[in-house]
Design a protein around this ligand. Sequence first.
Ligand code: BES
Ligand code: ZN
Length: 607
Amino acid sequence: MADPSSFASADQFITRHINLKLCVDFDCRVIRASSSLTVRGLHDSLSQLIFDTKDLTIKKVSVNGQEAKYSLGTSHKFKGTPLEITLPFPLTRGQEIVVDISSETSPKSSALQWLKPEQTAGKIHPYLFSQCQATHCRTIIPCQDTPSVKFTYYCQISVPKELVALMSALHDGEISDPDDNSRKIYRFKQNVPIPSYLIALVVGALEGRSVGPRTTVWTEKELLEASVYEFAETEKMLKYAEDLVGPYVWERYDLLILPPSFPYGGMENPCLTFVTPTLLAGDRSLASVIAHEISHSWTGNLVTNRTWENFWLNEGHTVYLERRIDGLLHGEEFRQFKALGGWKELQNAVNTFGASNVLTNLVPNLHEVDVDEAFSSVPYEKGFALLFYLEQLLGGPAVFLGFLKNYLQVFAYKTVTTEDWKKFLYSYFKDKVEILDKVDWDGWMNTPGMPPVQPKYDMTLANACIALSKRWVEAKECDLSSFSAEDLKDISSHQRIELLTLLLLQEPLPVSHVKRMQEVYNFNEVKNSEIRFRWLRLCIRAKWEEVIPLALKMATEQGRMKFTRPLYRDLYNFDKARDEAVSTFLKNRAYMHPVTEMLVAKDLHVN
Ligand code: BES
Ligand code: ZN
């Protein structure tokens, strides 16, 4: 099966190793790269190689030291431009050659955000970070930008000497740059084969502090103390993950806490997970994102989706493992509570896309679809719901973990499709084929909307959220005095998130209700980003004008797309807020992450 999101001919040849020399130029906002790709032919008499590029300038190409002819093909609006290299000699099956490419990025590279000093916590030095998943690696270097190809890499990266560079790899020493004494070269090696989307880099005024035998927390010094506290349970989570699924093969598990414009909650870059500072709740309550990224060290980074159409294999299994770790940390009732919360998130995503939208299929067709635009909670939560349903159908958590461990063992260092997964499931449970045959596979995998069946959940922790949300939904204006701060006395922050999620699935509340909720619960003062986000949405949907500035503030002061996009969308849909939402976006767009900027522009219908 070909990758609809890539031009590279992964059926003709594969990349085995990339040796990189990068020079980061903050003045021009470009990275100059010299990339040596070791590639292996898969057929005889191959005369041309096609790589992915996007917004790259190609300066020179040679093959085994011999200069080679190349051309750039027709540009596609989101896939980029294929780089076609004519080989000076035909490649034979199994033969390996080295392709050297000199290139330069564009300042608008969609993988990179260049921050001015004012956009950092320290305000003195500039900052650069990458986000390659899903299809942005091609905007840094020419590559086979498809998860179906895995390679090792080595990188020497030159940066201003007052800054620190880190990558998704192991540190291999540093020297002062022999070509420029104002600069320093950091070296990195990644000896486990990875897909291109896991290449990552960051350059900034970073400081690190060790919080465990294999973990250093990296961030600007202003955030270091808070970060060290928030993520102190990382080693404990790593150990639980190893108890569940076996040895951690990546050696280091460092954490990088990025500036607020980082577009995701977390990104599982090998050896160095990237996370948003919106996890800094002060009480470790949002650390399940770390459990999630740790889990990707097996599901995703070892066993990798072959194409983005199979993304649920990465995320569904990762959410499943994340919740198993949650269960070990906080008990089975908590795991069940999070599982049910996931079903509500799925409901919310299906409502947003529309129940007949084919992008709500577990396995969507991504032909001519921009992966960033297709992104949603669906592969996460429909994928999780399927695995949780199968867990119950096939004999419970212990039995299902046996399957998962075996799946990881069989497919480690490889890539998988949904078909491979299903075939393996049937072979592992060969004595339960009649049960498996009763699963509505087509309903789960190839049908839009909610799944054909709902798993069962322990309701112990959810009941209080359901009861309180019901009280609010059913309350008449004259009943509002019955609410008080006491309502939340035994309601944890996780349950507050769930309460608000349930209310968001209902018709908007009357403004009188959200005003009363503010009086008694004072949610306006809450810093926890997951609570604050849902609360502000609830108020905007209730058309409470006074909350507009708070919602705009959250949408702009941080750039995690999960928060920023729905906030902007809700503001846009509120007549009293629309113009200000659009003008705020126009004023801020130059400072936004390129992908966030592109998607919010679409959401707000500006060019
Ligand atoms: N790999 C994803 C982030 C991602 C997905 C980036 C697709 C780009 C394209 C990461 O592991 C993730 O799922 N992050 C979640 C965390 C959550 C589910 C706990 C996020 O960012 O919110
Ligand atoms: Zn994930």
